[in-house]
Design a protein around this ligand. Structure first.
Ligand code: GUN
Length: 325
């Protein structure tokens, strides 16, 4: 009863009581990112085998890890494992924290011109003193499997086929494969980072008749300078709410439209009461699952999708550069 009052108070324009009541009695469907990522990896594996059987070289990914960030080590190790599981060759390049910008760029340039390599990624964040933007832009756009280079972002912005940032495409796949209705609906993306929030918003808002598989949604981007009061006004309109702010627990149930699809991109390592690290999303999962129609967990939601799409992007890079031997 109290919950129904809260919802009608925060969203007085919502008059469909039957829908309200039924939604309040049901909890959200959990979107299983691990399962969907597994499906994508199986598809990529089959495509890799067909590609190799047609006489092409096996795709190869180079992952560059600078320094000793434990989270970065885990992410790179997950990427290498995923590559192995789909039949993509991979090599991890370990660089010490004191590598200079010039030496790192020189190494990347040598991989750019190496015809046996299809995909290159530099795991972020980089140690202080290295300019992430310049490093990411030194990767050849055709081998930039993270899709961070401005040429790839430019293609995405122009509805042109290209390498799409892995997390953004992962979010799109979660929405589409869960069969969420998107055409003409409202989306709100919280976070405007160039690698995550912005490309997600580009994929959600753009014309589905273009080459990128965009979703034709009316899309609003909120960010750190959106006041909390305004943030709630926007989020309550969202049929699809994507939280990519990196602020644990930012999205509470009062901010969510009943029945909405809530995608949690946040993964912050926080210490629990026992002093152990755990991954925490931007969404108060337990509260929001009572209101939302669909919700991704953390971990097990967007994270595995980024890795699976990275494999898809590596195969794409190989297939769109057939001259490599
Ligand atoms: N660090 C956190 N997410 C990512 C990602 O998607 N790619 C790279 N290269 N580094 C990251």
């Amino acid at each position: 009863m109290l919950r129904r009052w809260v919802v009608s108070f925060i969203n007085p324009s919502h008059t469909n009581r039957t829908f309200h009541t039924s939604k309040l009695l049901r909890t959200a469907q959990i979107i299983d990112g691990k399962k969907i990522a597994g499906d994508i990896l199986n598809e990529v594996k089959q495509s890799v085998e067909s590609w190799v059987q047609a006489g092409n070289r096996r795709p190869k990914l180079v992952a560059i890890l600078v320094g000793h960030n434990p989270a970065s080590k885990t992410y790179v190790s997950n990427k290498v494992k995923a590559a192995k599981s789909v039949g993509i060759d991979s090599e991890t390049i370990l660089c010490s924290t004191d590598i200079t910008q010039v030496s790192l760029v020189e190494r990347i340039q040598s991989y750019n011109t190496d015809p046996s390599i299809d995909g290159i990624l530099v795991q972020l964040p980089l140690p202080k003193g290295l300019d992430e933007k310049k490093i990411c832009h030194s990767i050849s756009p055709s081998k930039d499997v993270d899709g961070f280079h401005s040429e790839n972002i430019g293609n995405l912005s122009s509805d042109k086929s290209g390498i799409i940032p892995a997390t953004a495409l992962g979010v799109r796949e979660l929405i589409v494969r869960t069969k969420i209705d998107t055409f003409g609906k409202n989306a709100v993306v919280i976070g405007r980072s160039k690698h995550v929030g912005l490309p997600i918003a580009l994929l959600l808002h753009a014309d589905g008749n273009g080459e990128t598989g965009a979703l034709d949604m009316t899309t609003t981007i909120c960010h750190r300078h959106t006041s909390h009061m305004d943030l709630q006004k926007f989020t309550l309109l969202a049929d699809v709410l994507v939280a990519a702010a990196g602020v644990p627990g930012l999205i509470t149930k009062e901010m969510v439209k009943p029945g909405a699809c809530v995608i949690d991109v946040g993964i912050t390592r926080v210490k629990d009461a026992q002093g152990k690290f755990k991954l925490t999303g931007d969404v108060d999962f337990n509260g929001v699952k009572e209101i939302a129609g669909f919700i991704t967990p953390v971990p097990g939601g967007v994270g595995p999708m980024t890795v699976a799409i990275l494999m898809k992007n590596t195969l794409f890079a190989a297939q769109h550069n057939p001259k490599r031997t």
